[in-house]
Design a protein around this ligand. Sequence first.
Ligand code: DX5
Ligand code: ZN
Length: 228
Amino acid sequence: MILAPSLLSCDFIRLGEELAALEAAGLQWAHLDVMDGLFVPNLTFGPPVIRRMREVSRLFFDVHLMIERPERSLAAYAEAGADMLVVHVEAARHLARVLAEIRALGVKAGAALNPATPLSVLDYVLPDLDMVLVMSVNPGFAGQSFLPLAYNKVRALRRKLDEAGSSALIQVDGGVDISNAALLAQAGAAVLVSGSAFFKFPPYADRYKAFMAAVGSVDSGKNSRQEV
Ligand code: DX5
Ligand code: ZN
């Protein structure tokens, strides 16, 4: 199990220190929520901020692009230092092409699905995916309530990926906390994103351990940038 803290809930004025604190606490991933004010009703940060973060952090940067027309800026995010680019299927008009472009940039490729989006949109791109992000809230804000529909969606996706022989990771994002982490892991999730349920409860090393204990997993040390 990989825990990817969502920096949307960190203290932005202390961004560098927050990144360092995550690394010191043993975390391997950071989930970066990019919002454009169009695809979602909120705005966060873009390539210049990610580039500066890259200079000070060795965490695996899992970049969740909640933006319209992602094809226009994939190269900018890859050059800024993303390790994985995750596009929303609702925003990527030519999904297969976008995924191919991401991989051609030398980074991992993921597809995100809003809660109301069916899994069938992935049927013809399964071999092109390193990760599928199942949203368990409607994207745009941290601190929303978890939508339980995610459990069955993750289970069905796990079956679909197994049948296709895909080793893509399943990620769940939105309202994840210690109370639902175990069920999500059992359903087949391999990467859990947590914003408010992580950053509100320092020290981070203890919170990380509590999440891992909840899913009955120990840090294998194999989730680093080099090994993912
Ligand atoms: C929602 C974002 C999530 C969010 C998670 O649009 O994609 O990553 O910040 O925050 P919590 O865990 O508080 O729901
Ligand atoms: Zn996210």
